[in-house]
Design a protein around this ligand. Sequence first.
Ligand code: SF4
Length: 381
Amino acid sequence: MEITIPHYYKRFRCIASECPDTCCAGWAIMIDDKTLKKYKKIRGTFGRTVRASINWKEKSFRQRKGRCAFLNKENLCELYLEGGSDYFCRTCRRYPRHIEEFEDCREISLSLSCMAAARIILGSREKVRFLRREIPVRREEDYKDFDYFLFTNLLDVREAVFEILQNRTMDAGTRSCMALALVHDFQGRIQGQRLGETQELLERYRKPEAADWFRKDMEQYRDGSQRDTAFRMFRILKRMEVLQENWPEELWQARRMLYSRSGEEYQAMREAWKESCRNSGVDLENLREQLMVYYTYTYFAGAVYDGQAYGKIKMASAAARLTEELAMARWKAQQETLTQEDFLWTAHRLSKEIEHSDPNLIALERQLVPFGLTEFFRLMA
Ligand code: SF4
């Protein structure tokens, strides 16, 4: 089995009581069946406390004032203090690690929804590298009907997408658009059952002239007409399952800050925001690159299960762009100031909402279907 991790993966350390938004509060933590059985067997007073702190019907830890029943006043886990990591359920043991499984291959990442991980993922100015190694497995999983040919094509295309997203001779907006265009063209090959033409497509996008062409061509999309499309995209968030209690309020505030103004005013605000970020050392170019690479790495290869590669790159682009929208709203609400830490906070809040709910991930991808390539160019360029 081949394991893939981003190069920064091993840098992660949980900051526990120092965490500004602990994963043990604000959402329900689901418990796997194997751990539930283990909890049933714990003896004595502690065993009784554990069992009383579980919602057996929902298979989750009970909450007190929005916090896991085991989270103490010092923001430390009483389960861990009592029994060490052996007492963790699968969710607590893994988080913030995220695993995507494929035939003979496992891709592991850190989740942006954890602030300590977000600082590593978005704080890095290095180009992300992906490390692979073989590990022995005790039991081979049976992946019936796994389309290995599509999968290898997806990995080849994703490799080319990473090259584009990390080609710093272009601005990050142009890179995002070029990646979208490549996957748009690749989707045509999936649908037309012409995967034999993928390599020729990749060669075309890898030619130096391709980058030059996109540099010039993207200018026409920078016409200052982003407000309406950005608002339409933002409204998708309003239609999703809510995971964090104060999320609807955050969205309401952001909507008021961003869209209660004309198209010209919105565009002027966006330019002022970019200028302000430049002056305060918030590197939006790098943040866009890291966000796009993060979301593409996490979800793109999953298209092997539904054939929707273009849907995955649209989702990555929308997540990156919505992070920027929410960060801009925060900047506006904070008297036009924004720090790198504010941006990371925003990215982690959005990730918490969209990445930890399968219905939300599905809804985001589905509701982006009506957004055309040129609308994406206008938003991302
Ligand atoms: S969110 Fe991350 S850093 Fe914070 S408590 Fe959870 S794992 Fe630790």
